[in-house]
Ligand binder design. Structure first.
Ligand code: ZN
Ligand code: ZN
Length: 232
């Protein structure tokens, strides 16, 4: 697409404040408002350990609860600055921005993408797609598909409307998404899956989707999101 190509010719504009930046995706001021997830992070869910919570390889959530997915990784810590980015992606579906984040995900976590047969987005309910015009996870899946060439498939469906998760407790979130998804996979055997969403908070949505995919035959499930909350 013409706009995609021309994007790289112009001076880079900060993704957050839209002022000119010195070649980076954030200007110096905004760079301080975002946190890239770097080690130490939980070896299972990829959440950043906050100071004092680092003991061993797993966060408390992964240690105490069953994670049905095999691995999850995120690019940014979900803080105020990154929340703005996610809202922007949800409102505009900005493909240039999302593609840059996808490139970063592929470079940082190349091991997540090896031996993956299919990339599957966490679905939105049809009423939200009607309101917004697209599913934010679809935009990320497109970026990852274009970069890696791995096939994509929208076999997951949201069969039940679920309320927004952000004001709910952990238990409420698990209940909220229980039996909310179905899988309409047909064709070759479903094997190794890359499951994609915009944000991971407790991981209950990724877990529930992973359950449905494993019931449908999936062997290995790796998850990627743009952002995730701090490890508990
Ligand atoms: Zn800025
Ligand atoms: Zn964890």
């Amino acid at each position: 697409m013409l706009t995609d190509n021309f994007f790289w010719l112009f001076p880079t504009v900060c993704f957050l404040c839209h002022q000119e930046s010195d070649g980076g995706i954030f200007c110096k001021k905004c760079f301080l408002k975002v946190t890239l997830i770097e080690k130490p992070y939980c070896q299972k869910c990829g959440k950043l350990f906050s100071e004092g919570t680092y003991n061993g390889n797993l966060c408390t959530e992964c240690y105490q609860n069953e994670r049905i997915f095999d691995l999850a990784r995120s690019l940014f810590l979900y803080n105020c600055g990154v929340r703005k980015l996610i809202v922007h992606i949800k409102q505009t579906g900005n493909r240039n921005m999302v593609k840059k984040f996808c490139e970063m995900l592929v470079i940082r976590y190349s091991y997540l993408f090896s031996n993956i047969d299919v990339i599957i987005p966490v679905p939105s309910h049809w009423s939200r797609i009607l309101f917004r015009g697209f599913n934010p996870a679809d935009v990320i899946v497109w970026g990852l598909h274009e970069i890696t060439g791995i096939a994509l498939n929208r076999c997951l469906k949201r069969v039940r409307y679920t309320r927004y998760q952000h004001k709910k407790s952990k238990i409420e979130r698990i209940k909220n998404v229980r039996n909310a998804f179905s899988c309409s996979w047909c064709g070759n055997t479903l094997r190794n899956v890359l499951l994609v969403d915009d944000v991971m908070t407790t991981g209950s949505t990724l877990n529930e989707c992973s359950k449905v995919l494993k019931d449908a035959g999936a062997k290995k499930i790796h998850c990627v999101t743009i952002a995730s909350t701090e490890a508990q």
